[in-house]
Write a protein that binds this ligand. Structure first.
Ligand code: SF4
Length: 755
């Protein structure tokens, strides 16, 4: 590696220069840092894909990671792993790894540069923009795929070191709704469950969750349940989970809030509620009971597409269950009124006393491996450690802890992801720093992002392990990052468990861990003094520990990484002096919540119309979601595995109900044009009864999918509503040599109902 002593002089003429900064060889872990493990060791570490947080044994031979087996004595996965986990090492060796910084020139060509040049350009360009356009002119978008320590570093560096006001992360796309819902209902973003609850319920209700595919190991935990549980799935699609359930309630898309209020109304009207629990531990029940009176059986049946007897059966199952747990994921979170829907789930758990006991809970299952780390420690919409930027005492506590003037801490939250992109489109935000995420693929209405947003940027920095992602290919400057398995740190899983990742492989070329890139940035930006204690991931872990003191997520009782390793992960909270008496702990066993008065709150509102209802022109509802357990999000990693690619269709496909297929004259495996008001894509038809008439399903893993989706957001969480927009289909000349079909114009039952 070329290690020049770079000086910030006038070689980039677009910004004022105030200091000389020197990159010192040997600092920042830039050299080939040896692995801490013995050459033929076995390292147990948590998986870097989903939020389940399974532990995997990585087997080394002569210092090289050669194989993976699931860890048998880890309380999460108990010796199991899904296909992604088994193949976790493969993406590290891909040919398109980013191995050196890449800088784009004025003609649009990229060239490899050394880190010194990259950091100088990074600093000069961003400072120039900031000086010219103010602190709101640059922003970052982070990721729930990097470690907690890296998220904390990025958040502190961006806000306290670089003076950036706005940063958000891709957890906005999956978990923002749960954050908003829990905060308002419980007083803190606190998923209450432990995975053992999946084994201890006698009734499990899954709402908008295809657990078999999205969280396969958690589904295995359900299958271990010895209570012969009733498994209820509420989902418009007959998903793999719905097919395996005891009962599937195939509601009309986005009628979930009406359904949940209707169920509450039945339970209240019949006295099937836990009055003592409500009186002792909650606020707002009387108002809520009054609110749901409008959701009578007839109205709810008409809006959800269920029969009145199905509604009664569902309410009765909840009433008759001794230990009822409610679980939700993206089917709820990615809706236009998602926060209220999540809170409607929480309300059912509260009113029936199904919380704080084994096998119960209102349980949001997270998406990414470190979504929870992002929620608590990324310093974006929460001040470090779940604190509040708007609370002066919180700002003072964090300023004191970090040894920075309180004035460096903004008294407002960051803009949300969509608002940042809106700022770019309006020309207010001129530069973006994107870390470990691929919005050109994953963001809603992606053509708008390409055609109307990214083109406005003066400077786009992308920090990623691959140079080939849709977003990385647009970068003015690409910073090559180490991946899972090439660095250390912690992830926090869905059940609040801190787990360790370890360095079992060396990053290729000049790629650095995100942690070390942040150290470099601090140095070049001239704010390294603030981060003098931030010398290693474990040192930062000790800092975030101190930041958590007195918070619901207090982890002052976790001594160090070694304790996490030896304990099989540790769930928050664990306060200083508390003993770790169980490896699986749930919250609210004492009935005390995190609101000031210790009581949970019933939160509710009137349902609102879907942002884009089916119409005569676009008669079908588009549902998006996961395709298979072998695919992960934008497939930047899973597509690198020959084995995983055998487990799912390589080309984009669309699931169409046979009735709709017949009306549109579409045959199985033919190419279909799927059109929305935003774009048109071609996909291979899969004719199947898993989607109801009037609905189609396209997996989220293909880049084209989000050309169709609509920029609509839950107003409370600002999470995108990926799950329902209006589309139409048309047969194209396909494999069987069919002629172009006519546009499919049948009005669905839902469209007719909404007209
Ligand atoms: Fe990894 Fe999630 Fe699969 Fe477990 S279920 S092996 S955490 S991807």
């Amino acid at each position: 590696m070329k290690m020049t002593a770079g000086k910030l002089l006038s070689r980039q003429a677009d910004g004022p220069l105030t200091r000389e900064l020197v990159l010192e060889p040997g600092r920042f872990g830039l050299g080939k840092v040896p692995l801490r493990l013995a050459p033929d060791d076995v390292a147990s570490m948590v998986c870097g894909f989903c939020s389940t947080g399974c532990a995997l044994n990585v087997h080394l031979r002569k210092g090289a990671a050669i194989n993976i087996t699931p860890t048998t004595d880890y309380p999460v996965n108990l010796g199991m792993a899904c296909p992604k986990g088994w193949e976790a090492l493969t993406p590290l060796a891909a040919a398109d790894r980013a191995t050196t910084p890449l800088l784009r020139d004025a003609a649009g060509a990229t060239r490899a540069v050394d880190w010194d040049t990259a950091m100088q350009v990074f600093t000069l360009r961003l400072k120039a923009i900031q000086d010219r356009h103010g602190p709101e002119s640059i922003a970052w978008l982070g990721s729930g795929q990097i470690t907690t320590e890296e998220l904390a570093f990025l958040g502190a560096l961006g806000k306290f070191g670089m003076g950036i006001l706005h940063g958000d992360g891709n957890t906005r796309q999956c978990m923002a709704t749960s954050v908003s819902a829990y905060k308002e209902s419980f007083g803190f973003d606190a998923p209450p469950f432990t995975y053992r609850d999946l084994e201890e319920s006698d009734v499990l209700v899954f709402i908008g969750s295809n657990l078999c595919i999205a969280h396969p190991i958690l589904w295995q935990r359900v299958l271990r349940n010895p209570n012969d549980p009733r498994i209820i799935v509420i989902d418009p699609r007959r998903t793999e989970t719905a097919a395996a359930a005891t009962s599937h309630y195939a509601i009309q898309p986005k009628s979930d809030l009406v359904l949940l209020y209707g169920l509450a109304n039945i339970l209240i009207a019949r006295g099937w509620i836990h009055r003592e629990y409500i009186a002792q531990h909650t606020d707002g029940f009387d108002e809520f009971a009054k609110h749901v009176q409008a959701f009578d059986l007839h109205t709810v049946a008409a809006k959800t597409g269920l029969t009145e007897s199905q509604l009664e059966d569902l309410a009765s199952a909840i009433y008759n269950g001794k230990r009822v747990s409610f679980w939700w994921t993206m089917g709820v979170n990615q809706g236009h009124e998602a926060t209220r829907t999540a809170q409607a789930v929480i309300n059912l758990a509260l009113m029936t006393g199904n919380i704080g006991r084994p096998g119960t809970g209102a349980n949001s299952i997270t998406g990414q491996c470190n979504a929870m780390g992002s929620r608590l420690f990324s310093n974006t919409t929460n001040l470090l450690g779940g604190h509040d930027f708007r609370n002066a005492a919180h700002r003072e506590k964090i300023a004191l802890l970090l040894g920075i003037p309180i004035e460096r801490i903004a008294s407002e939250n960051s803009l949300a992801y969509d608002q940042i992109l809106d700022g770019v489109e309006r020309g207010k935000i001129k530069a973006l720093w994107i870390i470990g995420t691929n919005p050109m693929h994953s963001w809603i209405e992606s053509r708008k992002l390409r055609d109307r947003v990214f083109l406005k940027l003066d400077f786009l920095v992308v920090q990623d392990m691959y140079h080939s992602t849709e977003t990385a290919r647009e970068a003015h400057l690409l910073l090559p990052a180490a991946a899972w398995g090439e660095k250390e740190g912690t992830f926090i899983n869905s059940e609040r468990r801190f787990g360790l990742i370890k360095k079992v492989s060396r990053a290729p070329g000049q790629a650095l861990s995100d942690f070390n890139i942040f150290r470099l940035v601090a140095h070049y930006w001239g704010c390294a003094e603030i981060f003098r204690e931030w010398t290693s991931p474990e040192a930062v872990f000790q800092i975030i520990k101190r930041a958590s003191r007195g918070q619901p997520c207090d982890i002052t009782g976790i001594r160090d990484y070694r304790m996490i390793d030896e304990a099989g992960g540790v769930q928050w909270p664990l306060t200083e002096g508390a003993s770790l008496d169980s490896s699986e702990r749930r919250l609210f066993e004492d009935g005390r919540f995190y609101r000031a008065n210790g009581r949970a709150r019933f939160v509710f509102a009137d349902p609102t119309p879907v942002p884009e209802a089916p119409s005569r022109e676009y008669p079908l509802v588009l549902l998006t979601g996961r395709g298979s357990s072998a695919q992960w999000h934008t497939q930047t990693r899973t597509a690198k595995s020959d084995i995983l690619r055998q487990l799912y269709p390589g080309a984009i496909y669309v699931e169409i109900n046979p009735i709709d297929a017949q009306e549109a004259r579409v045959k199985s495996h033919e190419l279909v044009l799927v059109e929305s008001r935003r774009g048109a894509i071609q996909a291979r038809a899969v004719i199947t009864g898993t989607t109801a008439p009037g609905q189609i399903f396209v997996p989220m893993h293909y880049a084209a999918t989000n050309q169709l989706t609509l920029s609509a957001f839950d107003p409370d969480s600002r999470q995108p509503a990926y799950k329902a927009c209006a589309v139409r289909i048309r047969a194209l000349k396909g494999r069987a040599g069919k002629k172009r079909g006519r546009p499919f114009r049948r009005r669905s039952a839902l469209a007719r109902a909404r007209d």
